[in-house]
Design a protein around this ligand. Structure first.
Ligand code: KIV
Length: 264
């Protein structure tokens, strides 16, 4: 299978083939996702919650993102690797944003970076990263790095003013040169309207079926998370928990190791 690039994303939108994206944070999981045919793997700053046990994504550092992106990018042969820019890695100024985006590419092997918010706030950062040749994915709607300002993890774009603002943000990100935009947690009708207006693909999470693609947090689809809109595809939590309990039980009762699992 050929390597997915940002132009593949554009082609997929043009042909109407949906784009499948999941998050990953480590080598063996990323290898499985890659083999399964995911178009892109997002090393999300959801790392802070899914892996690091935080209550939000705000404590994730650049070093955390470089560490985990490196593991994921080593595994990928097909999927496009997109790394999230964590909180305060692009908000301070454009120069820091470029240096940090550069680390995700040169030290960690990402092929693109994602950052949250519109051009009105981060246009300078986006421009300077793009100028250096690093593709940028936008992210609007529910932007978890602004959770305290938003007042919780809730659906965005409910009134006319908010809807208009989101439409303008999406167009602004496209005009700024983003290759794709994540639409998180917004009414499906609004996401559909944005998707039809844009020439770049939208990737939805909690934004309905009409986006050009979908992204979910890996732990949610495996039955580890607790999101209402998320479909669970496997009870991995149950399978792992069962295996751990069996192991404890067998060790305690002298059933493991047997001769078969002992060096002669
Ligand atoms: O951090 C993340 O995993 C994300 C997705 C939820 C889009 O940004």
């Amino acid at each position: 299978m050929a390597r997915v690039t940002t132009s593949t994303f554009r082609d997929l939108k043009r042909t109407g083939e949906k784009i499948a994206v999941l998050t990953a944070y480590d080598y063996p999981t990323a290898a499985l996702l890659d083999e399964a045919g995911l178009d892109a793997i997002l090393v999300g700053d959801s790392l802070g919650m899914a892996i690091m046990g935080g209550r939000d994504t705000l404590s994730v550092t650049m070093d955390d993102m470089v560490h985990h992106t490196r593991m994921v990018s080593r595994a990928a042969r097909h999927a496009l690797i997109i790394a999230d820019m964590p909180f305060l890695s692009y908000q301070v100024n454009a120069e820091e944003a470029l240096r940090n985006a550069g680390r995700l590419v040169s030290e960690a092997g990402a092929q693109a970076v994602k950052l949250e918010g519109g051009v009105n706030k981060f246009g300078d950062a986006i421009a300077v990263i793009l100028r250096a040749g690093i593709p940028v994915m936008g992210h609007i709607g529910l932007t978890p790095q602004s959770v305290h300002q938003i007042g919780g993890y809730k659906v965005q774009g409910r009134d006319d003013e908010a809807r208009q603002r989101l439409k303008e943000e999406a167009l602004g990100l496209q005009e700024a040169g983003c290759f794709s935009i994540v639409l998180e947690c917004m009414p499906p009708g609004l996401a559909a309207e944005i998707t039809q207006t844009l020439t770049i693909p939208t990737i939805g999470i909690g934004a309905g079926v009409d986006c050009d693609g979908q992204v979910l947090v890996l732990h949610d689809i495996l039955g580890w998370g607790e999101t209402r809109f998320c479909k669970t595809y496997a009870d991995v939590r149950g399978a792992m928990s069962g295996a751990f309990r069996s192991y404890v039980n067998e060790v305690k009762h002298h059933q493991f190791p047997t001769e078969e699992h002992t060096y002669p």
